[in-house]
Write a protein that binds this ligand. Sequence first.
Ligand SMILES: Nc1ncnc2c1ncn2[C@@H]1O[C@H](COP(=O)(O)OP(=O)(O)OP(=O)(O)O)[C@@H](O)[C@H]1O
Ligand SMILES: O=C(O)C1=C[C@@H](O)[C@@H](O)[C@H](O)C1
Ligand SMILES: [Mg+2]
Length: 160
Amino acid sequence: MTTFLIGFMGSGKTTIAKLLAEDFIDMDDVIVKRIGMPISTFFAEVGEDAFREIESQVLEELSQNEGVIATGGGIVMSEDNRRILGNADAEIIYLKSDFDTLYQRISADTTNVRPLFIDKSREELQEIFETRAPLYEAIATQIITISGRTPEEIIKEIRR
Ligand SMILES: Nc1ncnc2c1ncn2[C@@H]1O[C@H](COP(=O)(O)OP(=O)(O)OP(=O)(O)O)[C@@H](O)[C@H]1O
Ligand SMILES: O=C(O)C1=C[C@@H](O)[C@@H](O)[C@H](O)C1
Ligand SMILES: [Mg+2]
């Protein structure tokens, strides 16, 4: 069985995946290895479109895998990606949150500076969030509200 974690930047996909399975796969890490540079550098030097193509390719490959997979926050933007996720015999867990919580976390996370955080204003990022939110909801098989809850509380609910 495959478990995909989906959700906006900062929703805790990587954090929760790590707690669910030691040998989890983080799509962003797979992509960083493949492109040989940080995602923010790739966005600046090659562009977001090229990133999205690689992201789709990686998703296609990983959809054959077993185990826990943390996806990139933008995975739901492509119809192809949504089809791959929908066709995979997989659990798709949406880590749902309000925008303010996410923005606070993204701003505070100095170890992982997201390219969209650098490039966009708060208002632009909120617009992206509002476009994506219904897409995450639509493909999820389980929706977990994460605001105000610890990672331990969240994995307890996922396992229940
Ligand atoms: N339940 C939680 N409560 C408080 N802080 C959390 C929680 N889950 C994650 N965090 C913190 O929020 C930040 C973002 O978490 P994480 O990197 O796991 O998100 P992500 O969904 O993988 O983001 P991205 O899509 O950018 O990869 C980190 O600093 C992490 O420590
Ligand atoms: O939300 C997004 O569009 C992104 C989220 C990250 O996981 C990375 O995949 C990248 O920074 C793009
Ligand atoms: Mg992550």
